[in-house]
Design a protein. Sequence first.
Length: 388
Amino acid sequence: MRAEEEFDCVVIGAGVQGSFTAYQLAKHNRKTLLLEQFLLPHSRGSSHGQTRIIRKAYQQEFYVQMMEECFKMWTQLEKEAGVKLYRQTGLLVMGPEKSEPYQLIKNTLQKHKVPTVVLTQDNFNQHIPNVRLAEGDGALVEIPAGVLYADRVLRTVQEQFQKQGGVIRDNEKVTDIKPGPLVTVSTSAGVYRAKSVVITAGPWTNTLLAHTALQLPLEVVKINVCYWKEKVPGTYHVKQHFPCFIQTECEETKEHIYGLPANEYPGMVKICYHTGGKTDPDQRDQQRDRSDIDILQRYIARSIPGLIPEPAVVESCMYTLTPDHDFVLDCHPTYNNIIIGAGFSGHGFKFGPIIGKLLCELSLGEVPSFDLSPFRIRRFQANTKSAL
Ligand SMILES: Cc1cc2nc3c(=O)[nH]c(=O)nc-3n(C[C@H](O)[C@H](O)[C@H](O)COP(=O)(O)OP(=O)(O)OC[C@H]3O[C@@H](n4cnc5c(N)ncnc54)[C@H](O)[C@@H]3O)c2cc1C
């Protein structure tokens, strides 16, 4: 056991959100400790793997506005660290032309003047060969969208944090949090006291919040991360300008299906279903629901004929869903020096830099630089239970 140490801020959880928050705090000259229960890097949370989609294609304007600043922050981090974190591929959005989700995405992109090309049934295959656009589906390409190199992002931001004087302690699980003017955080290896604590524990958020008499309406689901083999290698490769894509709904499901061009595993395209079976984060691999894979197989056989409709590789990841799929970015309702960043609902990675900035602002008691009303805990009021 180490002697009790004091920090300005302790951040719990070194996924993408905790890492960016710690980095921002260190940049603001705060003595910051980032705690992680597993040895880094690890593949048991939500931030592992090689790639994530970055896009502005959202139905809600507040996400587009946040992404406007966030794209700049990604570029700034690339420059600061001298590392490439983003590759532009474009994002193809397909969905029933007259449906609300498709129309809202299209209108929001156009309203915010995001460079976008709208495709027609007639010219679709000139631009996107080897994909069948369903009858009645609209299609557009958001040009600046692309791929973030997720593993590299985590490595980079954690290194930058340490360069600013930040301390990372991995393989150190937080076992207790005692609120107070100085919060006491106990771990498997020590006890720390801090002026503020940020909880960015992904699927384990409610386990930690239980120490503070709060439970949020979060649901953890396991995602089967599926890679599909090309029949002819190179057909859907990033070098062939195959874009990332989102199918908002289709004949097989009302849920999103999304994919990224072949790049990370030779000859394989990552295509996933945007939800999964409920799981306990410590028992993730006991969840063996494959109904999502059945849906993906039918979708791929019908729409992406150049892929073998049988997943060649299946990996695992988790989403932490809120009821409205919007994030939680807020102070604890009882203890305003405990800050919560949670419920990223399977779409939080691209926002990492801006989430880090906002959680840093909350932890410093500053006015947040974006309107956080969509992300406040009070929106769940009826579902927010006291754990006592
Ligand atoms: C398959 C998949 C595809 C995705 N695709 C995209 C995409 O294309 N674009 C996009 O923007 N987003 C995407 N996302 C979502 C994005 O990856 C997540 O929103 C994001 O990674 C959440 O990060 P986090 O830091 O909140 O959680 P996590 O990465 O889970 O981090 C939480 C950390 O807290 C640690 N922790 C928990 N409890 C304790 C404790 N007691 N003590 C110490 N440490 C603790 C955990 O070990 C973990 O490392 C995807 C997610 C998945 C699973």
